[in-house]
Write a protein that binds this ligand. Structure first.
Ligand code: ADP
Ligand code: ADP
Ligand code: MG
Length: 461
């Protein structure tokens, strides 16, 4: 069924992004929003808007019944879940389908399989994809955890099977730490994710986070090459690049092929990402998880491949094949994305909602700003602090860093502290220019370089 109308079941910058793709394809857009989001940009852009409940996510964006009711009343053909919220909820996908609409993502079963990080690990192993050394399945009790660490050694990570967004992960160095942390981790996972299931992985100490963009249309399974997302804080991505710098060609090929093998083995439909850790010392890569949705950092892939991934999601969801074959997908140049958050780097990244008094956006070749902001908008305090993403492209990585610096200098968000000063400092950092960093780099950098002399200054009105 060709899609003529879509319900955007999300908010913020990704809702804006989805509407932009829908408009380009002539698709009618219906935007849901909470009572706190009546002023958001996506509401202004959409053909129709529906208030589905009070500000708390449980009462609105996470309320399956309310979202389905809105979709039915608007009479849409499809529902796009964006990222976060209900995007990786298999029951939501099933509910959309049961109501006679197209869910713009993989099937409920595929989401449940790959969203359970233990089941996904096993699926990866079955498809011949190397995984981080660790437990075979869930670790049910402390005895099993002790036996495993006796075999693989410390440090290890205790991970929640249902975790995500950087939450539900603990590092453990010794058996006595294991004994206190394991029960705590289980209780916390049960409370946070409704599933106390845990598994254990060996810590890869000098890892780079490399991930592959995959896509399936029911017949073809392709990759759009990889992204590197090693600059993280609290295991959340801050800055992303494509392609991964300094990744040897044969490893890139094996990595991308393994992601496609996994996609094919589960008959994957739609856009997805297979995440890996790459150990530079041993030149080994290890699967960590699959995200069964569009990702925050998808624009860097769009910039180097020239393919609009969100438009592809609409085409595939409508039953059409992907508009490109593997052989037609090539890498051109280099792209970097900076996540601009309403957080104050000078105050421990404290969330900083408030009114945007002035907004100046840089323009020019290779510069893109995906955002939810406009002048006069008041950021509500209830949700994620992501305001937008500055994405810069150039022929080479060096030229991209130069252009990024100029673009960041030209980006002015006046009214609330943001992470722009952090990105300016990172764009000028020599280690980052050399490509000499890994997943722990940013946290160490923040402690040693910035905190003593005062963290990078947040801008003031
Ligand atoms: P990406 O690689 O796309 O950045 P993230 O894991 O950072 O993926 O998740 C994207 C968004 O979804 C973030 O806003 C994050 O907070 C949210 N998110 C992801 N998984 C969960 C989860 N299990 N619970 C709550 N929020 C989540
Ligand atoms: P989430 O579902 O929260 O995104 P991931 O399993 O993708 O969790 O891991 C998030 C981040 O945590 C990774 O990008 C990496 O920085 C770190 N990490 C995860 N597993 C390991 C590991 N085994 N060794 C070292 N770092 C890890
Ligand atoms: Mg992850």
């Amino acid at each position: 069924m060709t899609i003529h109308s879509v319900l955007v079941a999300n908010r913020g910058e990704i809702a804006v992004r989805i509407i932009r793709a829908a408009k380009a394809l002539g698709i009618r857009t219906v935007q849901i929003h909470s009572a706190a989001d009546a002023d958001m940009l996506a509401v202004k852009m959409a053909d129709e808007a529906i208030n589905i409940g009070s500000p708390a996510p449980r009462k609105s964006y996470l309320n399956i019944e309310a979202v389905i009711a809105a979709a039915k009343s608007a009479g849409v053909d499809a529902v796009h879940p964006g990222y976060g919220f209900l995007s990786e909820n298999g029951d939501f996908a099933d509910a959309v389908t049961a109501a006679g609409m197209v869910f713009m993502g993989p099937s409920g079963d595929a989401i449940r399989l790959l969203g359970d990080k233990v089941a996904a690990r096993q699926a990866a192993q079955k498809a011949g994809v190397p995984t981080v050394p660790g437990s075979d399945g869930r670790i049910d009790d402390l005895d099993a955890a002790r036996a495993l660490t006796a075999r693989i050694g410390f440090p290890v990570m205790i991970k929640a099977a249902a975790g995500g967004g950087g939450r539900g992960i603990r590092i453990v160095q010794t058996t006595s730490e294991l004994e206190t942390q394991f029960p705590q981790a289980s209780a916390e996972a049960a409370a946070a994710f409704g599933d106390g299931g845990l598994y254990i992985e060996k810590v890869i100490t000098k890892a780079r986070h490399v991930e592959v963009q995959i896509f399936g249309d029911g017949e073809n399974f392709v990759h759009f090459f990889e992204r590197e997302c090693s600059l993280q804080r609290r295991r959340q991505k801050v800055w992303e690049e494509a392609p991964a710098f300094l990744l040897p060609g044969p490893i890139r090929e094996a990595l991308c092929e393994s992601a496609v093998a996994l996609a094919r083995s589960v008959n994957y439909r739609g856009a997805g990402t297979v995440e890996y850790l790459y150990d530079e010392d041993t030149q080994e890569f290890y699967f960590i998880e699959v995200n069964t949705r569009i990702q925050v950092e998808h624009p860097v892939t769009e910039m180097i491949t020239g393919v609009d991934l969100v438009q592809e999601m609409f085409k595939v969801a409508g039953g059409a094949p992907l508009s490109v074959r593997q052989g037609q997908i090539a890498v051109n140049g280099h792209a970097i994305e900076c996540r601009i958050n309403a957080e104050d780097p000078a105050r421990g990244f404290m969330p900083s909602p408030g009114r945007i008094n002035q907004l100046v956006v840089p323009t020019g070749e290779g510069i893109r700003f995906d955002t939810m902001l406009y002048e006069g908008y008041t950021i509500p305090p209830f949700y994620d602090s992501l305001l937008g993403k500055l994405i810069v492209w150039a022929e080479t990585r060096d030229a991209c860093l130069d252009r990024l610096k100029t673009a960041l200098e030209g980006l002015q968000v006046v009214g609330v502290p943001t992470t722009i000063p952090l990105h300016l400092a990172l764009a000028g950092d020599e280690s980052i220019r050399r490509g000499d960093y890994h997943t722990r780099f940013l946290e160490t950098w923040l402690e040693t370089q910035c905190a003593p002399q005062g963290a990078p200054k947040a801008e003031v009105a």
